[in-house]
Design a protein. Structure first.
Length: 255
């Protein structure tokens, strides 16, 4: 047991009521052994009721066996009447309270398990993910990942959960770097940014008659901002009362 466990970022650990006794562990194993029986019985009854549109995935008894949750999925978005199925399961597994719970594609992949699309022997959702975050195409674009469907789609048919793992780091790294097509001043002259390497904090710049060169963040300056400052410094003060906004005379006079 870890003496000082690290608290998860999403919140504190759940309280522990008491340590499990040997009897508790035995009872848990007893109820777990009945879960496969519940899945088989539910699949059979769903077939008899012509509910081929749903797929029974798994069943889970509560710790004391008072509740039985049967997970299922459906490719059809239309609402399916499962009242008869639930009632039949309630009679079969009474006194446990039966609940039919529909899950989405990500939960289906989590329940079925298997190898991940990246080659990991166990999928992230099965291995350690407890909640599914909202994933968007923008996360892939921000990290420079190919938008080819096979590159960003998981085994569940949705965007891969791992696209969010380093997203914040890429956003923070890009914040201090110029975007593509921006003009910058480098030790070799002025050029245009053609690519960005956020984690290395470098940019690829296209220089006239030289070609592409990679420069660190400290070696470049934004050309547009420098040009604006230069024009502002060269603009003569045309306000005789000292209120010109381009120079500091107005501010000094007010003081």
């Amino acid at each position: 047991m870890v003496a000082n466990p690290q608290l998860p970022q999403e919140g504190p650990l759940k309280p522990v009521d008491r340590l499990a006794t040997p009897r508790d562990l035995v009872m848990r194993q007893v109820w777990q052994s009945k879960e496969e029986e519940a899945v088989t019985a539910c699949r059979k009854r769903a077939g008899e009721l012509n509910l081929g549109r749903i797929k029974i995935l798994a069943a889970e008894f509560s710790f004391d066996g008072s509740r039985l949750a049967i997970m299922f999925s459906s490719e059809n978005e239309e609402k399916i009447d499962l009242k008869s199925l639930r009632q039949d399961m309630q009679k079969t597994f009474a006194p446990s309270q039966v609940e039919l719970r529909q899950v989405g594609p990500r939960d289906v992949a989590k329940i079925l398990g298997g190898m991940g699309a990246c080659g990991l022997e166990t999928r992230c959702c099965t291995r350690f993910l407890t909640d599914f975050s909202s994933i968007s195409i923008r996360m892939a674009k921000e990290q420079g990942i190919s938008l080819t469907p096979t590159e960003i789609t998981g085994m569940c048919g949705r965007l891969r959960c791992c696209l969010i793992y380093e997203y914040d780091q890429y956003v923070a790294a890009r914040a201090g770097l110029p975007k593509r097509n921006k003009r910058v001043i480098t030790p070799l002259g002025e050029g245009k940014v053609v690519d960005v390497a956020p984690l290395r904090e470098t940019v690829i710049v296209e220089l006239p008659e030289i070609g592409q060169r990679e420069f660190s963040k400290a070696d470049i300056q934004p050309a547009d901002e420098l040009e604006a400052l230069k024009q502002k410094a060269e603009t003569p003060c045309n306000q005789g009362d000292g209120s010109c906004a381009n120079c500091g005379n107005g501010e000094k006079k007010g003081k």
